[in-house]
Design a binder for this molecule. Structure first.
Ligand SMILES: *[C@@H]1O[C@H](CO)[C@@H](O)[C@H](O)[C@H]1NC(C)=O
Length: 132
């Protein structure tokens, strides 16, 4: 699985490219690219929000122990107005004491006609260079 991550503070977009199976193993191969639109500004239309953190600390992506929940639109193209394919639902927890790494557990819940009822589970992390 090749995963390319592009994350910009405020509004973020993540692209997954998923090659699956080999031509000669009898399995069907599906290659798909989808785009996550993660709005974490804290405004009422945010799709990712901090829900718990240490008392007395800011609950943000660089603070160890901050837990976010997301329900992001997932679309066919990079444009947020492109065809929706599902939702990116899961949790983000900043798990390094220095605040540079965030653990991510996400379900891609498909809602489009081609894949409705299917999900892809992703366990990964957002690395230190996420804002570059
Ligand atoms: C996150 O909060 C901590 C304090 O809890 C602060 O030191 C840090 O600068 C904040 N980071 C951002 C990006 O606001």
């Amino acid at each position: 699985m090749a995963v390319a991550v592009l994350l910009v503070l405020g509004i973020s977009m993540v692209m997954f490219t998923i090659p699956a199976g080999k031509a000669d193993d009898g399995l069907k191969q599906t290659i798909m690219s989808v785009y996550f639109h993660d709005h974490s500004s804290g405004s009422p239309d945010s799709t990712a929000r901090a829900v718990v953190g240490f008392p007395g600390k800011l609950w943000n992506l660089t603070q160890f122990g901050t837990l976010f929940v997301s329900d992001d639109p997932v679309t066919e193209g990079p444009d947020p107005e492109s065809a929706p394919v599902g939702r990116g639902q899961g949790i983000f927890v900043t798990t390094s004491l220095d605040g540079v790494n965030t653990h991510v557990s996400l379900s891609i819940v498909f809602t489009n006609e081609a894949y409705i009822g299917s999900t892809i589970q992703s366990l990964s992390f957002i690395p230190a260079n996420r804002t570059k």
